[in-house]
Design a protein around this ligand. Structure first.
Ligand SMILES: Cc1cc2nc3c(=O)[nH]c(=O)nc-3n(C[C@H](O)[C@H](O)[C@H](O)COP(=O)(O)O)c2cc1C
Length: 324
């Protein structure tokens, strides 16, 4: 077993970790090496006080980045054992990774790892083709493998009932000027290394849309290119809702997203019903589930798109001066 990870291993794995999704693409993470362990931290400088007052979104994003870190290290033959929130006195430290016994990566690890650079949020309408049973099974299995549940909404009435909850939550959020201002501040009309490019924002919302969009897109859709009438909606949930549960959910989210990418599927996320506590509880009860919904996804076959930018990895590494 290795004594510890090296700076080079950290840099390579963090390059993959930063491809994870985050609210408004704020990229709320930092990485460091301490006593041979790779640590991932939530970056307090990148909080979204109006959109994410509790820090839930930052912890889910850091959990997603952690899943990429785990994959990158495993595929390099140096898998990690992970401790979540290892220091009670340092709640910003989300996880600490130490080298486990070296082994060859599994085929699943290899295919999920290969999906990291291909994954992106696709907010455009999908084709009406249904997602086949074997892909649905793989998605649910991905969530289960990371100790979470994935509920796929079956039938028009389940999707309509969800849409009502999601639209209600969206209306609550949109009433808050600070929330709207924060979103506006992270929309990018010119090339930038963070934030959501308008080109990735999806079409401008229209009254006939079933599900609420976050409002990043400002382009009108071409005639006849409405959203699919019966989207596959999936709700990801964890067994509890502590800070650790949210990091666990982030890892499960990323595993589901990469599995979808590996299946040739596109995904967009909508978390408005998770961000409004009453809507979240309504959603949980409507699903008859224990625990806490942590993310909602629209899944289907989309048109090709491209990944959004990220900051350079050296901007998110905290290294001792002599190692930079
Ligand atoms: C916790 C969390 C919540 C999110 N909520 C939404 C959302 O409500 N609507 C949306 O369009 N995208 C949402 N996203 C996706 C991010 O906007 C997206 O990951 C980010 O812009 C980076 O783009 P990428 O996913 O293409 O890499 C969410 C992502 C995370 C991690």
């Amino acid at each position: 077993m290795d004594i510890g990870y090296s700076v080079e291993q950290l840099r390579v794995a963090a390059t993959d970790a930063v491809r994870a999704p985050s609210l408004h693409n704020v990229q709320p993470w930092r990485f460091r090496l301490r006593d041979g362990g790779i640590e991932i931290l939530v970056d307090p400088a990148r909080r979204l006080p109006a959109t994410d007052p509790s820090g839930w979104g930052a912890r889910v994003a850091a959990g997603a980045a952690l899943f990429n870190l785990r994959l990158a290290l495993a595929v390099a033959g140096h898998p990690a054992t992970v401790r979540l929130r290892p220091y009670p006195a340092e709640p910003d430290v989300v996880a600490r990774l130490m080298p486990d016994v070296p082994r060859r990566p599994t085929p699943t690890e290899q295919s999920l790892y290969a999906a990291i650079p291909r994954r992106f949020s696709n907010r455009a309408p999908f084709w009406p083709d249904p997602v086949p049973a074997d892909a649905r099974w793989r998605l649910s299995d991905a969530a289960r493998a990371e100790h979470c549940w994935l509920e796929l909404l079956i039938g028009v009435s389940a999707v309509n009932a969800f849409a009502e909850i999601a639209n209600g939550a969206n209306r609550v959020l949109e009433r808050d000027p600070a929330y709207r201002a924060e979103r506006q501040a992270w929309i990018r009309r010119e090339h930038a290394l963070d934030g959501v490019p308008t080109a990735a924002g999806g079409p401008r919302a229209e009254p006939q849309d079933l599900l609420p969009a976050r409002g990043f897109g400002d382009r009108c859709r071409p005639p006849g290119r409405d959203f699919e009438p019966e989207p596959l909606v999936a709700v990801l949930g964890s067994t509890g809702n502590t800070a650790v549960d949210q990091v666990v959910a982030g890892q499960a989210l990323q595993r589901v997203l990469l599995t979808a990418t590996d299946c040739g599927l596109s995904v967009s996320m909508l978390s408005q019903p998770v961000e409004v506590p009453s809507a979240r509880e309504q959603l949980r009860v409507s699903l008859g589930r224990f625990g806490a919904p942590q993310m909602v996804m629209r899944i289907g076959y989309g048109q090709p798109g491209w990944p959004t930018p990220r900051r350079d990895v050296d901007e998110v590494l905290d290294l001792p001066v002599h190692q930079v």
